[in-house]
Design a protein. Sequence first.
Length: 157
Amino acid sequence: MSTEVLRAPPDPYHLGHRPHAADAPPQSTGHGGGGPAPKRIVVGYGFWIFLLSDVIMFASFFAAAWKLEGAGAFLGISEKPTLTTFIYFSLLMATTVGSEIVPHSLLTRALAGLESIVALTWTLVVFAAISVQFADAARASPTQPDPSTQKEERDPE
């Protein structure tokens, strides 16, 4: 029986790893060993995950409203709309672009307005958080004096 330690073959390109000493363990393994993700990555992914889940959730609400109220719930929609039709409508409502599909009943108009408010509020909150991060970083960094506003010092003669 052999007592050799099995090791993975070396990666000549060091993909995802910093070069390290042969005896030292790698800095991070790529599987959470390097610690939590930076805040900007978490905020970025969180923004898109929330916005896409908002679109899917409201698409199902629009589909349920169409099922409850029938063809009078929307104008400009086919007789048998699919879920992708409602996802398309929901995405356009979330981005406040508008579409050829018009909410006609009170329920669908209320849902369309609510989705626009939720999506815009979420976007504003995330951009405000990003602005605060930039402001904090600007306050923490040392500033250089503006040479155009400084008076020239003259040597006394």
